[in-house]
Design a protein around this ligand. Structure first.
Ligand SMILES: [Zn+2]
Length: 306
């Protein structure tokens, strides 16, 4: 208030401008930036805080998949919890600068040791494993994973992780010029082909690219019942070495943490559309489910034995 009064009498700015200053100031107080100590251009934008109840942590690992980020930030401001956005150059991949090389990594493939190794090998085919650069890239990937996990509140399994992603229209090989590899139709093909990371895939409804990917049977059943596209990860991913890709969903399953990924279509080079409205509804739907669980957990009088 003192600051606002100071602004008003010092600069005589219009009233509406004062409101805007106030809102921005509140947002700044509500968000913080944390840099990776080993490479400070890799940053986490943290909105809210994991320590604040209610118990959910949202995470956006791919910086170019940001259709609904602003909306999620607003919801977290209203409802509590934390939203972590990974930032570097606005791209999907993170670039590790390990002189004189640049090592590319997918930040959603760094949460297990095996995943980090596969990730570096796949995206940097010329980099040999028994080199100093490879080892440093492994260590830096691990350090980034730890920074993210700390921001999400650690491995406390009373907290639900909600991932925010966007994907491209259709999928590669769909005979409709589709690109990418996320679609409820493609998950059906993979399930039919015997993919061991899948337990169940719902019957396709509405747009094939808008879907939930979850680890809990209960979420799968409810989302299917409520008319969404939904995919259930198979719990055997934690036992099968070839399914350990280092993604947050596999790491969540290993640690008994409830995980919900909210996927929706985005426009890519003018192909497809940003499904902002639909993805906002998916965010609200998830928040309602998470809040309902909180309410259930509060013991009520009717349950008390007399
Ligand atoms: Zn993504």
């Amino acid at each position: 208030m003192a600051l606002l009064t100071f602004c008003y009498f010092s600069f005589i700015v219009p009233y509406l401008a004062l409101i805007r200053i106030d809102v921005n100031l509140l947002f700044l107080l509500f968000s913080q930036i944390i840099a990776l100590p080993e490479q400070t251009d890799i940053k986490l934008e943290i909105i809210g805080q994991a320590a604040s109840n209610p118990n959910w942590a949202f995470f956006a690992p791919h910086e170019n998949e940001n259709v609904v980020n602003h909306y999620v930030s607003k919801r977290i401001q209203d409802k509590g919890g934390v939203f972590v956005i990974l930032r570097q150059q606005g791209e999907r991949l993170i670039h590790l600068n390990i002189e004189p090389f640049t090592v590319r990594i997918d930040p959603n493939r760094i949460f297990t040791q095996a995943g980090r190794r596969k990730n570096i090998i796949k995206l940097n085919p010329k980099l040999r494993e028994n080199t100093y650069v490879f080892h440093r890239a492994m260590r830096r990937s691990a350090s980034l994973a730890q920074l993210i996990l700390n921001a999400l509140g650690g491995k406390d399994n009373s907290r639900t992780w909600v991932a925010i992603h966007n994907n491209t229209q259709g999928f590669r090989g769909d005979d409709k010029q589709g690109i990418g590899d996320i679609s409820i139709h493609l998950y059906h093909k993979k399930l039919t082909a015997g993919a061991s990371f899948l337990a169940a895939v719902s019957e396709p409804v509405s747009d094939e690219d808008d879907l939930f990917f979850v680890t809990e049977q209960e979420d799968y059943a409810a989302m299917q019942r409520d008319g969404w596209n939904v995919v259930l990860q198979h719990p055997q991913v934690i036992k099968k070495a070839n399914e350990d890709d280092g993604s947050l969903s596999v790491f969540a399953q290993k640690n008994g943490i409830r995980y919900i990924n909210i996927e929706a279509e985005r426009s890519t080079a003018s192909f497809g559309e940003n499904h902002f409205e639909l993805q906002s509804k998916m965010v609200d739907y998830v928040l309602e489910r998470l809040q309902a669980k909180l309410i259930q957990q509060v013991p009520s009088h009717s349950q008390t034995r007399h």
